[in-house]
Design a protein around this ligand. Structure first.
Ligand code: PRP
Length: 205
């Protein structure tokens, strides 16, 4: 079986939940991106690419629901995992706060252009979406955007940059992803994995 795991904040939780489910994976050493461990192969990818790898042929992946939603990937999601909990929110500089329905003509910086457009379209508000790849909080701070849509976990990054949360757009959690074809061709193995992870969760992961 081939697994694709995200670099970054979900990696430790991903390895731990799989380890407790009886699958001991070693992340690739140093700058290698693939590691073979017994019958398993582990790929490390950028968080935003994990659902894409699963859609196009890697058997199993772990990814945030924010990324799956943004990518709109055609994958199976047998389980929500009990880590990586945070939210995707609209935020803006304290002192300039208005509601999203009053943001006509605003420029919104985000790593999530599709979710952001959909959110404002649902309110019938026209905004200009500025796609950035990270450190989103910088954009309103230096005046190249009016607001941001980004992940909030503790809220520390917002506070440190003088931003306040205006509205939650979605709750986010890590998800187990399964390739549609693998679900058929590796039915037994995948069902065993899903069952084992369910047990881990039931026992209080
Ligand atoms: C994420 C997110 C926020 C921060 C939120 O960034 O984009 O910047 O974490 O967490 P907090 O509410 O606990 O402060 P990440 O570290 O993933 O890096 P990024 O700047 O590349 O998005």
């Amino acid at each position: 079986m081939r697994f694709v795991l995200p670099k970054g904040r979900l990696l430790q939780g991903s390895l731990e939940v799989l380890r407790r489910a009886g699958i001991e994976l070693r992340p690739p050493a140093e700058r290698r991106l693939i590691e073979r461990v017994g019958n398993y192969e582990v790929l490390l990818a950028r968080a935003f690419d994990v659902p894409v790898y699963v859609e196009y042929g890697i058997d199993v992946g772990i990814s945030g629901s924010d990324v799956v939603e943004e990518r709109g990937s055609d994958v199976l999601i047998p389980l929500e995992l009990p880590f990586g909990k945070c939210r995707l929110s609209l935020a803006m500089p304290a002192g300039k706060v208005v509601g999203p329905e009053e943001m006509d003509g605003y420029r919104i910086a985000t790593k999530y252009p599709k979710i952001t457009r959909r959110f404002f379209e649902s309110l019938n508000v026209e905004v200009d979406v500025l796609k950035l790849h990270g450190s989103i909080e910088l954009a309103p701070k230096i005046g190249i955007a009016d607001a941001i849509v980004d992940i909030v976990e503790t809220g520390n990054t917002l506070r440190a940059n003088g931003l306040v949360e205006v509205e939650k757009i979605m709750d986010v959690s890590a998800l187990l992803l399964v390739n549609r074809i693998a679900q058929k061709t590796k039915f037994e193995e995948i069902n065993e994995l899903v069952f084992a992870i369910k047990e881990v969760i039931r026992n209080g992961f």
